[in-house]
Design a protein around this ligand. Structure first.
Ligand code: ADP
Ligand code: MG
Length: 559
């Protein structure tokens, strides 16, 4: 008999398993979503590899996911006919932390079950969710392009060790068997399983079949109408994006979003198009309602737009089709015209994909503009989650600069609190008749900004000033010199031209001279000012010099 080898999990995996069971207990049903999603990924991979791997070409790819259960024994099995895994892959995927998601997942667990359940989908630690409900998990698998005797059996009780052995497995793909803990056996009814599959996995593009347990059937009857009566197709099992908009309900779209992203929250909005003409493709884009926790830190991580070619999943193409400043967009693109055997490198330079990218940018900005027009809570949510990411677009995307700038919102001297924000168009609409510039003031916080002596003269002349307190704002204004023909000017720099000129009096001039003499080289210039109505003095940056906030940022960076 082949040797059974016992191995220990990496410490982090062990830790993860313990946490998973405790943290997600009340969301136990997601385990099925995760296992189905892995089966679906494996089926996608098989299709993709079959395009180029001769060993897989001739195979009959009846790709379906079969789910069966035995309530009495407390067993649930899931079987796919996907790519499967060889021994090394099993060890790598189901036992180590080599996969980046594991550690980051651990670090970001918050103790809030709702939030943590959401993280599972985002970090790719889904397989371990099986241990929420199972006391023992068995994985039997064979990589589709390897011989029948290269099968692998992996078993674990989730307590720090797993066993691995080589087996014969004529069928390709993976079977996962869960021995459920006593208290979770209530899940083992047709009704429960059907409900959970429909709820979380309705839009998986492969058929999910639920097998009725043997003892429910009458011996004779069962033989009579064999397979059809024994299994039930549970999910919609059709790629949602290929269907016509008119056939789809709001729930279809939101459910699909959840199965695509693992995010249980409802997206803010979406756009679904079938593009015809010189290039044909389907496009389904979603605007999520909140940011994945690390989106702001990881500017370079763009994930979440899946590229299909003729319904075959090719890869995550977010990097190819969305610029950084739209990295929160999620969705699917399915091209009818890109060649199926295209390599990643070729994709990078494909003119077809460049066109798709231009469309994705336009459609995404459309979605955001619509949301802005409708206003209200969804728009507030968007601004809170993605407002500062969008600002990067003004810096990055020259072509769309004005369009993006029009979507930004800021606190101003004419608004109150930090919820009440104004766009540049609102500002222009309120400008005084003889006002030429859009004035702004950058500061570390709204409180500092509102109390700044620089604003005194603006108040006196009733001129609105944008208060920019986001970290990125300083860079923003260094790229956005004008908007709709009005130049943006700092309220803290150079000369003010508000209202009519008055001659500064002789006393003030003398005082300025004395101060300059006392401070000498430490200061550029001392002048009587029209900026102030209450404060005795304030520091003003040179028209072309660094602003105080920028100067501080440079100092902090050690420059
Ligand atoms: P993710 O799916 O995000 O990668 P999981 O923890 O769900 O993370 O799965 C870990 C890995 O295990 C997968 O990336 C895949 O390589 C492998 N795997 C899991 N289930 C299957 C399966 N049914 N068939 C083939 N490989 C699988
Ligand atoms: Mg997974």
């Amino acid at each position: 008999a082949p040797a059974i080898e016992t191995r220990t999990f990496d410490t982090e995996v062990h830790q993860l398993l313990k946490l998973m069971i405790n943290a997600l207990y009340s969301n136990r049903e997601i385990f099925l979503r995760e296992l189905i999603s892995n089966a679906s990924d494996a089926s996608d991979k098989l299709r993709f590899e079959a395009l180029t791997n001769d060993a897989l070409k001739g195979l009959d790819h009846d790709l379906a996911i079969d789910i069966a259960f035995d309530a009495e024994a407390g067993v649930l099995t899931l079987r796919d006919r996907g790519i499967g895994m060889n021994r090394d892959e099993v060890i790598e995927n189901l036992g180590t932390i080599a996969r980046s998601g594991t550690r980051r997942f651990l670090e970001s667990l918050s103790g809030d079950q709702q939030k943590d359940a959401r993280l599972i989908g985002q970090f790719g630690v889904g397989f371990y969710a099986a241990f929420i409900v199972a006391e023992k998990v068995t994985v039997e698998t064979r990589r589709a392009d390897e011989p029948a005797d290269a099968g692998v059996r992996w078993t674990s009780s989730g307590d720090g060790e797993y066993q691995i052995e080589t087996i014969d497995r004529p069928e390709q793909g993976t079977t996962i068997t869960l021995q459920l803990r006593e208290e979770h056996r209530d899940l083992l009814t047709e009704w429960q399983l059907r409900r959970i599959i429909k709820h979380y996995s309705n839009h998986i593009a492969f058929p999910i079949r639920l097998h009725k347990p043997a003892e429910e059937k009458d011996g004779e009857e069962a033989k009579a109408d064999k397979d059809s009566a024994e299994t039930e197709l549970v999910n919609a099992s059709q790629a949602l994006w290929t269907r016509q908009k008119s056939e789809l309900s709001e729930t279809d779209y939101t459910e699909f979003y959840t199965s695509l992203t693992g995010d249980p929250e409802t997206p803010l909005s979406w756009a679904h198009h079938h593009v015809e003409g010189s290039q044909r493709y389907s496009l389904l884009l979603y605007l999520p309602s909140s940011a994945p926790f690390d989106m702001l830190i990881n500017r370079d991580e763009r994930e979440g737009i899946k590229l299909y070619i003729q319904r075959v999943f090719i890869m995550d193409a977010a990097e190819q089709v969305v610029p950084r400043y739209l990295r929160f967009m999620r969705g699917v693109i399915d091209s009818a015209d890109l060649p199926l055997n295209i390599s990643r490198e070729m994709l990078q330079d494909s003119p077809l994909l460049k066109k798709i990218r231009a469309t994705v940018v336009k459609r995404s900005l459309n979605l955001i503009e619509k949301l802005a027009e409708q206003g209200g809570e969804p728009w507030q949510k968007f601004l809170a989650a993605f407002g500062s990411v969008l600002k990067e677009g003004v810096i990055e995307d020259f072509e769309q600069r004005e369009r993006i700038a029009g979507l930004l919102r800021f606190p101003t001297t004419a608004t109150e609190g930090d919820q009440d924000l104004a766009g540049l168009d609102d500002y222009i609409g309120r400008m005084n008749e003889d006002q030429e510039h859009i004035w702004y003031l950058t500061a570390d916080s709204l409180k500092v900004a509102r109390n700044s002596p620089h604003l005194e003269a603006f108040r006196k002349h009733n001129v609105e000033v944008l208060l920019l307190t986001d970290r990125i704002d300083e860079w923003l204004v260094s790229h956005l010199h004008e908007y709709k023909g009005k130049s943006l000017k700092s309220a803290a720099r150079g000369k003010l031209e508000l209202g009519e000129k008055t001659e500064p009096d002789e006393e003030a001039r003398k005082l300025a001279g004395r101060i300059k003499k006392a401070l000498g080289e430490r200061i550029g210039n001392v002048q009587p000012s029209e900026r102030l109505t209450e404060s005795p003095a304030c520091v003003v940056a040179d028209e072309h010099g660094l602003s105080p906030v920028m100067a501080r940022m440079m100092r902090q960076a050690g420059q």
